[in-house]
Design a protein around this ligand. Structure first.
Ligand SMILES: C=C(O[C@@H]1C=C(C(=O)O)C=C[C@H]1O)C(=O)O
Length: 371
C-alpha cells in the first residue's frame, strides 16, 4: 500500500483546478450557513423580548458554551485557538446585527488591551480607547461603555495593582476574563539595531524584555512612556529611536520596520485581562468567582477564611493582599475560586467566612477563559 509518507512530497490526488472548485462549493455552503446562523441569532434576539440595546442581547455565558462546543468538536487540522477565533468573529457579527457593543479599553489604538478587546468580543464590537484604567471603570460605571477590558496580571510581572485597587471602591462586576499571549517587537524607522540609541516603551514591556535589552542594547537609553502605542508614535520620528510594542502598534503608527520580533524574556509571556460590566451573568458551567475579603484583625483569621473553601471542595487559584485603604496595616484579600456564586457550595463557603471578616464583596462570577 502506498501512502503520502512513502514519498518526500505527497502526490496530489486532485488537480489545482479541481481543488479550487471544491473550495468554491464549500465556501458557498459556509456562506449560506453563516447567513442562516445570523438569521437565527436575530430570532434569539427577538425571543428575548423588546430589548433596547446590544448589551441586553449579549450573553457571555452562552458565548462561552458555544466556544467550548467548538473546542470539543475539533478534530483538527486547525488548532482550537484558530477555530475559537473564527467562531468568535461569527458570533460578534451576529450580535452586532442589533448594534455593536461599546467596549472601553486602555488606549490609544494599538495597545495590547485593544488586542484583548478584539480577542474577547470580536472585531464587530466598537472599541473606545480611554486614557487610563481609572477612566475605563468610570466610563462603564457611567454607562458610556457597555463593558471595559482591563489588564489584571502578567505571567512574569505579576499583578497590575491599579486594576485591583479600583475594585476596592468600584461597584462594577467582573463578567469575563481573557488571556493574551504577549509578543514584543522592537520597531524602528530604519530597522537597524546599530542605529538605536533610545528605546521607548511602557514600563511593563521594558520589564518583560529586560534580559534581552541588557544583552543586545546595553548602552541604549530606556525611556518609559504611558503606552506601547505612544512609544511607537515617538519612535517613528527619529532614526536613532526604537519602540518596544505589539505588532499592531507598529501598524497603527506606521512604524513598519521590525528590527527583531519576540524579544520578551519569557516565551510564555501572557497577560490576563478582566471584562468589567454592571451585572453578574448566570453560570456557564465552567466558571470562576472573584471575591474581595476584608479580614478581621484577629489571630488565625486568614486561616479561618481559607478553610471554608477547602471544606466545600472549592479550588482556589489566586490570593493577593493589598492595603485596604480602610486604616493603617489593614489588608484586603483578592481571592479567585472555582465555581459560580449561584452554586450552593460557593454560596455556603462565602456565608461561612462572615465571622472572620468585616466585609465580603463578590466582584464577579464569570466563564473561565476559552483559548
Ligand atoms: C444568539 C444569542 O445572542 C447573542 C449571540 C450569540 C451567538 O451568536 O451565538 C450568543 C450569545 C449572545 O451574545 C443567544 O443568546 O443565543
Amino acid at each position: 500500500m502506498t501512502t503520502d509518507t512513502d514519498n518526500e512530497t505527497p502526490q496530489p490526488q486532485f488537480t489545482l483546478a479541481e481543488a479550487r472548485t471544491r473550495i468554491d462549493g464549500i465556501d458557498r455552503t459556509i456562506q449560506e450557513l453563516i447567513a442562516e446562523r445570523a438569521r437565527w441569532a436575530h430570532q434569539v434576539g427577538k425571543a428575548k423580548g423588546p430589548l433596547a440595546a446590544a448589551i441586553d442581547y449579549y450573553r457571555p455565558e452562552r458565548e462561552a458554551q458555544v466556544l467550548r462546543m467548538v473546542v470539543d468538536r475539533n478534530d483538527g487540522p486547525l488548532g482550537d485557538d484558530v477555530l475559537v477565533r473564527l467562531f468568535r468573529e461569527i458570533m460578534s457579527a451576529c450580535l452586532a446585527q442589533q448594534e455593536p457593543l461599546k467596549i472601553g479599553f486602555l488606549g490609544p489604538e494599538g495597545t495590547f488591551s485593544q488586542q484583548a478587546v478584539f480577542k474577547h468580543f470580536g472585531h464587530s464590537a466598537h472599541g473606545l480607547p480611554l486614557a487610563s484604567i481609572e477612566e475605563v471603570f468610570q466610563e462603564v460605571e457611567a454607562g458610556n461603555a457597555d463593558f471595559g477590558v482591563v489588564p489584571v496580571e502578567n505571567s512574569g510581572q505579576g499583578t497590575i495593582q491599579t486594576t485591583l485597587d479600583m475594585f476596592l471602591t468600584s461597584s462594577l462586576k467582573i463578567c469575563g476574563e481573557t488571556e493574551l499571549r504577549v509578543h514584543q517587537y522592537l520597531l524602528s524607522r530604519t530597522g537597524k539595531l546599530e542605529d538605536i540609541e533610545r528605546v521607548y516603551s511602557h514600563p511593563q514591556s521594558l520589564a518583560q524584555c529586560k534580559t534581552w535589552l541588557r544583552a543586545n542594547l546595553p548602552n541604549a537609553e530606556k525611556i518609559a512612556v504611558s503606552s506601547n502605542a505612544e512609544a511607537a508614535r515617538r519612535a517613528r520620528n527619529a532614526d536613532d529611536a526604537a519602540a518596544i510594542a505589539g505588532a499592531s502598534a507598529g501598524h497603527v503608527y506606521g512604524l513598519k520596520h521590525v528590527v527583531i520580533d519576540h524579544i520578551e524574556d519569557r516565551p510564555d509571556n501572557t497577560t490576563r485581562f478582566l471584562v468589567i460590566g454592571r451585572e453578574i451573568f448566570p453560570p456557564s458551567g465552567h466558571d470562576r468567582t472573584s471575591v474581595l475579603v476584608f479580614i478581621k484583625d484577629q489571630p488565625g483569621a486568614l486561616f479561618h477564611v481559607l478553610s471554608p473553601f477547602a471544606k466545600h471542595g472549592i479550588s482556589m487559584n489566586r490570593i493577593e493582599s493589598r492595603p485596604s485603604h480602610q486604616g493603617h496595616w489593614q489588608y484586603a484579600f483578592f481571592i479567585d475560586i472555582g465555581g459560580h456564586v449561584e452554586e450552593d457550595s460557593v454560596r455556603q463557603a462565602l456565608v461561612e467566612l462572615e465571622p472572620f471578616t468585616t466585609q465580603v464583596k463578590v466582584l464577579g462570577s464569570y466563564p473561565v477563559a476559552v483559548p
